[in-house]
Design a protein around this ligand. Structure first.
Ligand SMILES: *Cc1c(COP(=O)(O)O)cnc(C)c1O
Length: 361
């Protein structure tokens, strides 16, 4: 069966082997005569899936025991609200580093709930860069400081993460989780919508320091309180069971590939192929991100001749390269290189870009 080269920004590509396994088990999970789709979330069979997904993620990311892993719904976008609801108390300020559209949205939600401040921003330069580390500082009444480790829309990524701050650090890692090592201990809370590097949409993974969660506000509505989900091991109500099952398969696949170090090597090679062509043809392609802030997950660029953008996308589509149009706010082209995108896919796209550039001459 022919599958396209999928560079979609999210939901993104899933490993073919994972989809095949899910297909093979769809009617009868492990020959038990029942589909995961039909299984009670309180059954022993599902217990095993749930626990396995948590254990695999803990191993892959070296998540210490003082942290709990939660499987929630509402996307990364609901975390934008849940974080200030739980952790921004009266008299405190929530600090946000603005590096793109998602961080702006996170800030907008906090603003509705309390005092906020912008700890640093790269808005002035069209979100081409990440603010300098020494421009970011803590204040004594910070409830937390929020960053977005990879900016999916603008194609920038933090390559050094702040480790000098006193404020609890919170990060949206939706689009680069499991693509590089992360020191979980330097964060109080990490969150990611699953549909980029972890699995299907409909599932949000939260990794929270238990001692921090204990300090959360007690007046938050039940379903929006981290304490609820902590106390019920993410099964206060019916969780997205099939999404958790697929997450477990993606994590199993990730382990078999060599885990996070292997994913990082692969993402360096894949993004390297594309950036090399962009740099090779400066009169044809213009990258959006400045060199130091280039994302290994989302490669954003435009054609120097804007009239050729549409042609690029049309011809690319003829070659079965899918999902390449840039976000409506940035325009141009965006190639997302999530973990499931193969090296061969990235190499084929690079070759296509080189041929397209040469055909312009
Ligand atoms: C995709 C994305 C989101 C939004 O995720 P939803 O699950 O659709 O709410 C938020 N932050 C980042 C960095 C993203 O890439």
């Amino acid at each position: 069966m022919k599958r396209v080269d999928n560079f979609g920004a999210g939901p993104g590509a899933l490993p073919t082997a994972v989809l095949e396994k899910a297909r093979d088990e769809l009617l009868s999970y492990q020959n038990k005569g029942i589909s995961v789709l039909e299984m009670s979330h309180r059954s022993e069979m599902f217990d095993e899936i749930h626990l396995s997904a948590k254990n695999r993620l803990r191993r892959l990311m070296n998540i210490p025991e003082e942290y709990e892993i939660l499987f929630l719904q509402g996307g990364a976008s609901l975390q934008f609200s849940m974080i200030p609801m739980n952790f921004l108390q009266k008299g405190q300020t929530a600090a946000y580093v603005l590096t793109g559209s998602w961080s702006e949205k996170a800030l907008a939600e906090a603003k509705k709930l309390g005092e906020t401040r912008i700890a640093a921003s790269s808005k002035e330069d069209g979100y081409r860069s990440i603010p300098a580390m020494n421009a970011i500082y803590s204040e004594s009444n910070d409830a937390y400081l929020h960053i977005t480790t990879n900016n999916t829309i603008y194609g920038t990524q933090w390559h050094v993460l702040p480790s000098h701050l006193d404020s609890p650090l919170v990060a949206d890692v939706s689009s680069d989780i499991l693509s590089r090592p992360l020191d979980v201990q330097s964060f109080s809370l990490l969150y990611a919508g699953a549909q980029k590097n972890l699995g299907p949409s409909g599932l949000t993974v939260v990794i929270v320091k238990k001692s921090w969660a204990e300090q959360a506000s007690k007046t938050v509505p039940t379903m929006l309180s981290y304490q609820t989900h902590l106390q019920h091991d993410s099964r206060y109500n019916t969780p997205p069971t099939f999404a958790v099952y697929l997450l477990n398969l993606v994590l199993e696949w990730t382990e078999a590939q060599g885990g996070v170090p292997a994913m990082m090597e692969k993402s360096l090679r894949k993004s390297g192929y594309l950036y090399r062509v962009i740099d090779e043809f400066p009169d044809v392609y213009e990258g959006h991100a400045c060199q130091e802030a280039r994302s290994r997950m989302n490669v954003t660029f435009r054609l120097v001749n804007p009239e050729r953008t549409k042609q690029f996308l049309t011809v690319a589509n003829d070659y079965s390269f899918i999902g390449l149009s840039g976000h409506r706010s940035v325009g141009g082209i965006r190639a997302s290189l999530y973990n499931a995108v193969s090296e061969e896919s990235a190499a084929r796209l690079a070759e296509f870009m080189r041929d397209f550039a040469q055909s312009e001459k």
